[in-house]
Design a binder for this molecule. Structure first.
Ligand SMILES: *Cc1c(COP(=O)(O)O)cnc(C)c1O
Length: 954
């Protein structure tokens, strides 16, 4: 009895206090791992890995780390400082209702949000099918042949469309026409994109001011930002007559009722699918779409999902055409898009799958009917309403009553948009019920009942949609929530995401996306704000953005942050434009040369090209480092015109180069600025700061280092940090500071995912973040040490260490056993793993980054799988396995391989259950190896008829 009464207080720290939530290995495991590497302590490992010359002097510190509960309380208090008014502000952002089944089983489901970009098609069939549904939906609604799998936002999609037009148009004009009825942010982003490329943008009325012979293309908004529905058939015909391209930016919900862009003979349609169930989120993330005519399918930017077959001839999906290998076109690339908006495209596609064509039509009709009632009421009150025909947006002449009306609406917690000097525009949406319409009438001084209004149609019959859409069975089968839940579950079960196993991707930092960090993004105070809502309704966002910016400045050593870029590549582009603007302000317009090492990420040269710079490649040494002599020679040779260099640190080969300061000095001495690609900040946070080693600008991938999940290929955030001298040249935005240079539709990019990175910083604290970096380096070095038993690890630094990732050479297996890097990757699937990054930055190798979040047990499981594969390759080398017909070449194995005749020279069991892999919890690839070439020869980018699946099952 006595013994049971006495206890000692434990010094064990629950996960929440010791950051065990985020840092995988336990202190005891770390000891074992250090022993395996052969160093005494983590300090010693870090000292021997990170060069002294670059280490930061002061530790990262912003006070005590918050516990989960404290952080959530802080986020709650911050969220409460935002006001959820009803925003009828339109301009491409609309209230929408996310079907709860989609919110819970997709947006809030790690099986969906932690997936990686579907470069490994076999383990991505679920999200590829959802994206194929998305492409089918977009191509149906727009009436165009081929749609891609999402772009970043409507404004950048418009800029991408302009770039396509310039390339494919036979017209030699250098001018692009933009409809004055385009959303203002779209006009700005298009102007930003056109300027460095030397194209002139003319804004005007397409029906009266478009001179088709003077342009290579034109962009029209449908319906217009102030509500006008115009038919562009004649304008597009005129453009075609002059070999120019017609682009329509169309609201997809309106297309349920209106004649499609395809029926107007548009070449390209773009727009945002936000109002298909994706909350406004103070600007993002949402999926923009692009659809093109058949002839231009090879020119589309971003990814394109297509149908192919697997090794058994069954249908299998994969990324089509050039979109598998983003990085190969480099400076010849015409777009830098890499991370897009997959998770949001999946949500929008499921909205269409759930509602079906009749549901979408009903939603569109309801929005329209209420807008017509609103207009009629306002006419009754004596206000002049335009246009005569509209979908969901009307503009009212309010004269000198305007401010009083806007104020009265604010009293009703409704935001109305000011247009010109005296007008008000109102856009209704799926959420606007009769009581909202009545409240708007009250603001205009009327006391009327919504139910007294007679319904009417305010669309010209000539403009009615007369073609079908969403006819594929997939849009008809899932009306019942039980079916919908199961469909979504079936798809996610086909995929391998972080909720099943580590994803050891080099250069992509697939770390934990902690649940506590994810919770706030669903809160309406963060998710439902309109990006152009008055600033005093977004004070919570202001606080969050300011504090996160301060912390990112402390982490990077920069002086200011722009949150506008909504991907890493957009950050590069924004950063280079900032450098460009600085040179111009100094009278150095001619400075346009950008030095980029050949080892750089493919987005670097593509972004430089978009920023109007001339890319001069710099050699890499045998060990992957920048060739300093070549760098100096090129910098001096181009000293007159040097604008910038773009370097990656640690290098793309995963090494801390010792001479990074020298590279920065050389650049500055020759008049250039240093762009340091900060996507790999996971090796630096708390240890070294780009701003201290001499860089002037960097982007940070918050969807890598700062815990925003990959979402299967987006969303992302690529804010840029700059030194003080560049601050005034950061991108402006027409809705905030009114300055030009916008690179994204919304002023703070995809603002609604910033709470994830903020809560990560709050819960880790400066010391926790630093420890995460140290453990990331430990995990990578442990991986390298264990794999050294079977493979050569390339590009270690002088003392044999790697940074936060390592490159494992699988080329010898190819020489000795004919086993390709592909075979290794696919055999890893049999073992339950996602393959590392393949053939980048070195062809035929695997680059792996374990991150700090993985435990020793998981690292061991992965190393065991890699070493098993090495043994199997040895069996091939030594003749124990057939050279062609072996478990590596036939991987991945599926349940189909468990039944039927077995005519292979190795046992069925070896194929399906590699020694040491899990049996009860085995992940089964849903398809055998996918035939990429077949799919490119027979390009199908929308849902194939159901019979195709039936035939396959026979
Ligand atoms: C991921 C990455 C990028 C591109 O980022 P996105 O968000 O995909 O556009 C750029 N550079 C490096 C080194 C990267 O790893």
């Amino acid at each position: 009895m006595e013994k049971a009464m006495a206890f000692e207080f434990t010094d064990y720290e629950p996960y929440d206090f010791a950051n065990r939530r985020h840092i995988g290995p336990s202190p005891a495991e770390m000891e074992e791992m250090l022993a395996a590497i052969g160093v005494d302590s983590l300090d010693a490992l870090i000292d021997s890995t990170v060069p002294k010359g670059i280490r930061q002097e002061e530790p990262l510190d912003w006070g005590k780390a918050l516990t989960e509960r404290e952080a959530l309380d802080k986020l709650r208090a911050t969220a409460n400082r935002n006001s959820n008014y009803t925003s009828l502000l339109g301009q491409g952002y609309h209230g929408t209702i996310t079907p709860p089944v989609i919110q819970r089983t997709i947006l809030e489901n790690p099986a969906w949000y932690t997936a990686y970009t579907p470069y490994q098609p076999e383990i991505s069939q679920g999200r590829l099918e959802a994206l194929l549904n998305y492409q089918t939906m977009v191509s149906d609604l727009t009436g165009l042949d081929v749609a891609n799998a999402s772009l970043l936002d409507e404004a950048t999609a418009a800029a991408e469309a302009m770039a396509i037009a310039q390339r494919v148009a036979k017209s030699k004009a250098k001018t692009f026409f933009v409809d004055a009825e385009c959303h203002p942010q779209t006009i700005d982003v298009v102007k930003t994109r056109a300027e460095p490329l030397g194209w002139t943008v003319v804004v005007g009325d397409p029906l009266t001011e478009l001179d088709a012979s003077a342009v290579f293309g034109a962009l029209f908004q449908y319906p217009g930002t102030n509500g006008h529905i115009r038919d562009f058939t004649d304008a597009i015909a005129a453009l075609h007559g002059e070999n120019a391209i017609g682009i329509v930016a169309a609201d997809p919900l309106s297309l349920a009722l209106l004649k499609s862009p395809g029926e107007m003979n548009a070449d390209i349609a773009i727009g945002s699918t936000q109002r298909f169930g994706v909350p406004m989120g103070y600007g993002g993330p949402h999926a923009a779409y692009m659809a093109v005519r058949e002839a231009f399918k090879r020119s589309t930017p971003g990814r394109l999902v297509g149908v192919s077959v697997d090794a058994r001839g069954n249908p299998a999906l994969r990324l089509a055409l050039q979109t598998r290998e983003q990085h190969i076109r480099r400076e010849k690339a015409t777009s830098n898009i890499c991370t897009a908006q997959v998770l949001l495209a999946v949500m929008a596609s499921m909205y269409a799958v759930f509602h079906g064509p009749k549901g979408i039509q009903a939603i569109a009709q309801r929005v329209h009917k209420r807008t017509a009632a609103l207009a009629d009421g306002l006419s009754k009150l004596g206000f002049a309403v335009e246009p005569e025909t509209f979908f969901d947006t009307i503009t009212i002449e309010a004269g000198d009553q305007r401010e009083a009306i806007v104020k009265a609406a604010l009293g009703e917690e409704i935001n109305l948009r000011r247009v010109g000097e005296t007008k008000i525009a109102i856009t209704l949406d799926e959420r606007s019920r009769g009581d909202i319409v009545e409240a708007v009438w009250r603001a205009f001084g009327g006391d009327m009942a919504f139910d007294d209004m007679a319904p009417r149609v305010a669309i010209d019959e000539k403009q009615f949609r007369r073609t079908d859409y969403l006819t594929h069975p997939i849009f008809h089968k899932n009306r019942a929530e039980s079916e919908m839940t199961r469909y979504i579950r079936r798809l996610s079960d086909r995929d391998l995401a972080l909720d099943r196993a580590m994803i050891p991707l080099g250069s992509c930092t697939m770390k934990l996306n902690a649940t506590a960090e994810m919770l706030p993004i669903s809160w309406p105070e963060f998710s439902e704000l309109h990006p152009f809502a008055p600033a005093d309704q977004a004070e919570g966002y202001r606080e969050l953005i300011d504090d996160l910016s301060d912390k990112l400045c402390a982490i990077t050593g920069y002086d200011a942050i722009s949150m506008q870029p909504n991907s890493g590549a957009q950050g590069e582009y924004a950063g280079l434009l900032t450098i460009r603007a600085w040179h111009r302000a100094n009278g150095d317009e001619h400075r346009n040369v950008c030095l980029i090492p050949t080892s750089a990420h493919g987005t670097n040269p593509a972004s430089a090209q978009m920023a109007g710079m001339k890319v001069v490649p710099v050699k890499a040494l045998e060990n992957g480092d920048i060739d300093e002599a070549d760098f100096r020679e090129k910098a001096e040779k181009h000293a007159e015109n040097l604008a910038a260099c773009m370097i990656t640190y640690p290098s793309t080969h995963g090494v801390f180069e010792e001479n990074v300061r020298t590279i920065c000095d050389i650049t500055h001495q020759n008049g250039g600025q240093v762009y340091l690609d900060g996507a790999n900040l996971n090796a630096l946070v708390g240890l070294a700061r780009p701003g201290d080693v001499g860089a002037d600008v960097s982007h940070l991938n918050l969807h890598k280092t700062f815990c925003i999940p990959h979402g299967g290929g987006g969303p992302g955030m690529g804010p840029i940090g700059v030194k003080a001298h560049l601050t005034e040249h950061l991108p402006g935005h027409c809705m905030t500071d009114g300055r030009p240079g916008a690179v994204a539709a919304a002023p703070y990019g995809s603002a609604s995912i910033l709470p994830i990175s903020w809560s990560y910083c709050l819960m880790m604290g400066g010391a926790g973040l630093t420890q995460a970096t140290r453990v990331a380096i430990l995990n990578a070095n442990y991986l390298a040490a264990r794999l050294a038993d079977g493979y050569k690890v390339l590009y270690t630094a002088r003392n044999g260490r790697v940074a936060h990732e390592c490159i494992v050479d699988t080329r010898p297996l190819n020489e000795s056993a004919g086993i390709s890097v592909d075979d290794v990757a696919k055999r890893l699937i049999d073992c339950g793993f996602h393959a590392p990054t393949m053939s980048w930055p070195v062809a035929g190798t695997l680059m792996m980054e374990p991150t700090e979040s993985e435990t020793k047990a998981e690292l061991d499981r992965f190393c065991d799988a890699m070493l098993l594969i090495r043994r199997e390759a040895k069996d091939v080398e030594e003749g124990r396995l057939d050279r062609e017909n072996n478990p590596l070449k036939r991987a991945p194995h599926t349940v189909e391989d468990l039944v039927g005749e077995w005519d292979r020279p190795y046992p069925r069991e070896t194929g399906c259950f590699p020694p040491g892999s899990m049996r009860v919890d085995k992940y089964w690839s849903p398809v055998n190896r996918v035939d990429n070439v077949y799919g490119d020869r027979n390009l199908v980018c929308s849902c194939p008829p159901m019979e195709a699946y039936d035939e396959a099952a026979e």
